[in-house]
Design a protein around this ligand. Structure first.
Ligand code: CMP
Length: 440
């Protein structure tokens, strides 16, 4: 275990990431304040600085042992990880941001007054924050929209803090005020300038301050646009599925009006889309699955169709291979009340498994009801087995979620799995006899 690589999802690594991020945040907020306010450094400040340096150092040590995902494979060999990390740009950034350059420079050049500013190099660690946000986004622990809003607010506040500290550094303060009032004033000036409101009650007095204000104004215009753009984008994406559905409905309604489709049929079409929306958020499973590679498609199909597999009695004793084979061939279809799935005498191209809903198996004229089938039943197998026309009509009584299996896949599956074929044959024969008995 001594020489095992640490996985990124391990508790140690996750904890280290969190501690590093908290340390980075501390530096990003406290250090600029300390530099511009020149407040008295209590014993706590050097202590916190040492802790940050130690945390950044430990983070680097851990990175030398953390497994990496390269070209679709996990690299767990410690010597390869070490070599890879030490040659990366990330290592250089981590090293520069870890070294307490401000202390080293102050000790080496006591007259160099800008030495403390070198502490700002720790800001380079902010890249870890981007990585962290992406990770949280992928893990779906927080609603992605909420996370985007939080992250946008965070960056806006952090930039506002830095710009405010900059304004304090160039003397946009009043000697009559205490540190807190000066900071609040600076933040107020910064927000009014960045948001392009600019009340003008705090104005630059020196040329340096005027140039700085102009830069913040120009930055503000872009920044404001960036925020508005992001918020608009977040709101637009708030509910992609709903938007997609509404867009689709708009198109469908326009078509129905354009082609003067009778009101009764229009209503049925709208009901159908409303059902699709309620039952599956309007998504067409087949088109989502079609983008996936075969093995992944099989996994997802197995998960999505588990309900039908659990419900259909003939699948109960079936082997794992048969189910895997079948599941990718099934196509989800919806029938609305009164729809004919097919009529007696038609050529059979598919058989159907009922996941949810009820159908009636009737004679050609619809007057005799042979059977009512519901969840977990199947029909349409006889025409595929015998290559004869459909021996009965099937009509949906209510909204029906079904899975359809085409003739070619049906025959292939039966060819591969003779036991399953025998089972289907027996059931078809039973039904044929029942139909004959009813007819006589
Ligand atoms: P198929 O002939 O392809 O099309 C009509 C289907 O109705 C038929 O296959 C059977 O699946 C089904 N069917 C016919 N008679 C009965 C019955 N008595 N009970 C249940 N299902 C039936």
């Amino acid at each position: 275990m001594e020489n095992a690589a640490v996985r990124p999802e391990s508790h140690v690594k996750q904890l280290m990431d969190l501690v590093t991020i908290v340390s980075t945040l501390y530096v990003c907020v406290e250090l600029p304040l300390r530099l511009v306010m020149h407040y008295k450094a209590t014993a706590m400040v050097p202590l916190f600085d040492s802790i940050v340096t130690l945390v950044f150092f430990l983070d680097m040590v851990l990175k030398f042992r953390t497994a990496e995902y390269v070209n679709g494979k996990w690299v767990e060999d410690l010597s390869v990880i070490r070599q890879h990390y030490s040659r990366s740009l990330g290592f250089k950034i981590d090293l520069i941001s870890m070294l307490p350059l401000e202390i080293i420079l102050a000790a080496a050049f006591p007259t160099f007054s800008y030495a403390p500013a070198f502490g700002l190099l720790r800001f380079l660690r902010l890249k870890a924050l981007f990585k962290f946000t992406t990770k949280v986004q992928e893990s779906k622990v927080i609603d992605p929209i909420l996370l985007k809003i939080l992250s946008l607010t965070f960056w806006v506040l952090l930039v506002a803090h830095w710009v405010s500290c900059g304004s304090i550094a160039i003397g946009m303060t009043s000697t009559e005020n205490d540190d807190i009032t000066n900071y609040v004033r600076a933040i107020y000036w910064c927000i009014t300038t960045l948001s392009t409101v600019g009340y003008g009650d705090i104005t630059p007095q020196t040329n340096l301050q005027r140039v700085y204000t102009m830069i913040v104004m120009i930055l503000g215009a872009g920044f404001y646009g960036f925020i508005i753009g992001n918020v608009a984008n977040i709101l637009a994406k708030r509910d992609v599925a709903k938007m997609h559905h509404l867009e689709k409905m708009e198109k469908v309604n326009a078509f129905l009006r354009y082609r003067n489709i009778p009101g009764r049929i229009q209503q049925r079409i709208r009901n159908y889309y409303a059902y699709l929306w309620e039952s599956r958020l309007g998504y067409d499973e087949a088109s989502v699955l079609s983008d996936l590679p075969n093995n992944l498609k099989e996994e997802v199909a197995l998960f999505l169709n588990r309900e039908i597999i659990e419900k259909v009695a003939i699948f109960k004793g079936a082997s794992e291979e048969l189910i895997r084979d079948l599941v990718v061939q099934l196509k989800a279809v919806v029938f609305t009340p009164d729809d004919h799935v097919f009529k007696a005498g038609e050529t059979g191209e598919n058989m159907y498994f009922i996941c949810r809903g009820k159908v009636e198996v009737t004679s050609r004229d619809g007057k005799t009801i042979y059977a009512t089938l519901s969840d977990g039943n199947f029909f349409g197998e006889a025409a595929l087995l015998t290559s004869q026309p459909r021996n009965a009509s099937v009509r949906a009584v209510e909204y029906c979620d079904m899975y359809m299996l085409d003739k070619e896949s049906f025959e292939r599956v039966l060819g591969f799995y003779p036991e399953f074929a025998a089972h289907i044959h027996d059931l078809a024969e039973e039904r044929r006899k029942a139909a004959l008995a009813k007819a006589s």
